[in-house]
Write a protein that binds this ligand. Structure first.
Ligand code: TMP
Length: 215
């Protein structure tokens, strides 16, 4: 039986974890099972929030202070929620979002060492009780992730951070997975992409009662 209420799904992981490939595979699974959905991302997802994203990722500008970075992530999120995510859920559409607030806990909280209480306060302010229903975390060793990301070409301001930063982010995601074992599904993304997709399909088909696998 399909889930009666539209699901809010987020995908997370350090750079090079293969999120984009798995997001595409997830969308194919939803299509094969007749689910209507929107695909979006953070920071971004609306013209205003995409403008904030450009500011955040531009490495030619002065680097924002950690607090500025945190507030801009939530500014973009407030816009995205109000203009795109909440209306979609209200229309009965599922939402597939490339990153959400777990990324703030991992990158700004662990990566930049900002107090997690600040993030929790902003989370409540911007989201109220809204949290993703399902979060997929793709875990990959930092060396593997950075090597894959490096092959994609031009790196943005955050992708230019060092190994230790991404190691803190990775540990941050692990802590989130451990604290939220019902919401979070954890995948070893150091395997080849097809094996990760296969593991993801198995877990999600059982979670949502789907019967069709994409061809
Ligand atoms: P992306 O490259 O996966 O689209 O994500 C953009 C970058 O923004 C990525 O390096 C992670 C970072 N980010 C944060 O630092 N905090 C956040 O809250 C979000 C959503 C993304």
């Amino acid at each position: 039986m399909k889930s009666p209420t539209p699901q809010f799904i987020s995908l997370e992981g350090i750079e090079g974890a293969g999120k984009s490939t798995q997001k595409k595979a997830l969308c194919e699974l939803l299509l094969a099972n007749g689910i209507a959905f929107i695909e979006t991302r953070e920071p971004g997802g609306t013209p205003h929030a995409e403008a904030i994203r450009s500011l955040l990722l531009d490495h030619t500008l002065e680097a924002p202070a950690a607090k500025t970075e945190l507030l801009l992530m939530f500014a973009a999120r407030a816009q995205h929620l109000e203009m795109r995510i909440l209306p979609a859920l209200a229309d009965g559409l599922w939402v597939v979002c490339d990153r959400f607030t777990d990324a703030t806990y991992a990158y700004q909280g662990k990566g930049r060492a900002l107090p997690l209480e600040w993030i929790a306060t902003l989370e409540t302010l911007v989201q109220g009780d809204l949290r993703p229903d399902t979060t997929l975390i793709f875990d990959v060793p930092v060396d593997v992730g950075l090597e894959r990301a490096g092959k994609r070409g031009d790196l943005d301001r955050i992708e230019l951070e060092d190994w230790a930063f991404f190691d803190r982010v990775r540990r941050g995601y692990r802590a989130i997975a451990e604290a939220n074992d019902r919401r979070v599904l954890w995948f070893d993304a150091s395997q080849d992409m097809e094996s990760v997709t296969d593991a993801m399909y198995k877990k999600l088909m059982s979670r949502w009662g789907f019967s069709c696998r994409p061809n």
